[in-house]
Design a protein around this ligand. Structure first.
Ligand code: C2O
Ligand code: CU
Length: 457
């Protein structure tokens, strides 16, 4: 008997040494989206909140997340922009089975790159994001910071009905699917209708802007401020003053900006101006000014991430991505589940868009296979009347040219906006083995055919 006790203590100690996963539960909740003290809207959120908890981790570290699904619908979590191990990419039907109600799934997120990322479901995304399932993931670079404070600004666009509830009647509306996607009538920042951020005069902020909307391309105006763009989709760029104080950001894109607040106490607003200009949030400056001897632009560039940037354009595998379909488009038919179909049949099946003549679904075979380490060059051709935000999983790509003209800014993105009629060429080193999606991040377009996947072997 005397030997039992030490053995038990020993086992308990071993168990305690294993890191506990961070639990994220998808469940119903309520949020004041309309007015700060206003009516509550029923939402679906991670831990019942919108946005879900802000996850922070260090570059290179591994974060363990146990996803618990307490919804009545299967779901997953996709870690948008993280060059993750394929098994944890969260694509239902491709990298894992959907997590059924009442079940769990353990994700291991190893983040090679610092920057601003986000997470959201990859099953019925068009519905689950419209109901509020998303959160922000910040991967911090090592070392001292060249700014005083981080401020996450997660923008969302909601469609609420008269009762200030999510307009569920229009979820799945073919009109949205064939046009610009589900556009909303209420804008929130961090799940609030008009947040006020207290700040000190003269503070240097790092704004982490995330567009979590289903489909709305946001135009964000920082009137009276001089923000410097320092990263796009998590990846640092050579800092540049934001032209016209205006940022255009498509669904799922992120932009990091550094800004020195004015040194006198005052209030200023940030506007969203994709439609009628609209005040989105406010910074209220108060207290003693922060003393700063070196004003912007001093060196505020972020340390480079370990991206594979040596593109072998001559030895590259070239894969066009031709987009067709949608309202006022020229598409007359497409392949669906291996058979050529006319428009009427496609519409009946909920498909109105195609990639390379295929109205995509997860059941399709791989669009292409590429040997690990090879460069993929992908001209994206938008032969539709609508802009599209094309997202590649598991990799960041370089935007090489637009309409044949080289892109001046060196930018590495995970999502690129292609305007109607535009041809955008991207390239990346396919160095992450597994099955990776390419799709439009206007989520209604994705479900209605703008999806495909490739395999890195
Ligand atoms: Cu933000 Cu395929 O996802
Ligand atoms: Cu699209």
């Amino acid at each position: 008997m005397g030997l039992m006790l030490p053995a038990l203590v020993g086992r308990a100690a071993v168990r305690a040494a294993e890191p506990e996963p961070r639990v994220l539960t998808a469940r119903k909740g309520r949020a004041a989206l309309w007015e700060t003290d206003g009516p509550l809207t029923d939402i679906w959120g991670y831990d019942g909140r919108v946005p879900g908890p802000l996850l922070t981790m260090q570059q290179g570290e591994t974060l363990e997340v146990r996803f618990k699904n307490e919804l009545e619908q299967p779901s997953t979590i996709h870690w948008h922009g993280i060059r993750i191990e394929n098994a944890y990419d969260g694509v239902a039907g491709l990298t894992q089975p959907a997590v059924e109600p009442g079940e769990t799934f353990d994700y291991r997120i190893k983040a090679p790159d610092a920057g601003t990322y986000w997470y959201h479901p990859h099953n019925r995304s068009w519905e689950q994001l419209a109901r509020g399932l998303y959160g922000v993931l910040v991967v911090e670079e090592p070392g001292p910071k060249a700014y005083d404070r981080d401020v996450v600004l997660a923008f969302d666009d909601w469609r609420l009905d008269e009762a200030r509830q999510i307009d569920v009647a229009s979820l799945g509306a073919m009109h949205d699917w064939a046009h610009a996607g589900r556009l909303g009538n209420v804008l929130t920042v961090n799940g609030q209708p008009y947040p006020r951020f207290p700040a000190r005069p003269g503070e240097r902020l790092r704004l982490r802007v995330v567009n979590t909307a289903n489909a709305r391309i946001l135009t964000i105006r920082f009137s009276g401020l001089a923000p410097h763009l320092v990263a796009l989709d998590g990846q640092p760029i050579a800092p540049e003053l934001l032209a016209d104080e205006t940022l255009v950001i498509s669904p799922s894109q992120r932009a990091d900006l550094m800004v020195d607040l004015p040194t006198e106490a005052r209030t200023f607003t940030i506007e969203e101006a994709s439609g009628q200009p609209f005040a989105a949030c406010e910074f209220v400056l108060d207290g003693d000014p922060v003393a700063r001897t070196t004003p912007l632009p001093e060196d505020i560039s972020l340390p480079a991430n370990p991206l594979p940037t040596a593109l072998d354009m001559d030895g590259a595998l070239t894969q066009d991505l031709l987009m067709e379909g949608g309202a006022m488009g020229r598409m007359s038919g497409a392949m669906l589940k291996g058979e050529q179909r006319g428009m009427r049949e496609l519409v009946d099946a909920g498909k109105v868009w195609s990639f390379n003549g295929i109205a995509g679904s997860h059941q399709d075979p791989a669009a292409f296979t590429v040997a690990r380490g090879r460069t993929v060059r992908m001209p994206i051709i938008n032969d539709t009347r609508w802009p599209h935000a094309i997202h590649v999983h598991g990799h960041h790509f370089k935007v090489v040219s637009r309409n044949g003209a080289a892109v001046a800014r060196e930018e590495w993105r995970d999502t690129v906006l292609a305007d109607p009629g535009e041809r955008v060429e991207i390239a990346f080193v396919a160095d992450n083995p597994g099955k990776w999606m390419v799709h439009c991040h206007m989520l209604e377009h994705q479900v209605a055919g703008m999806m495909s996947w490739f395999e890195v072997t």
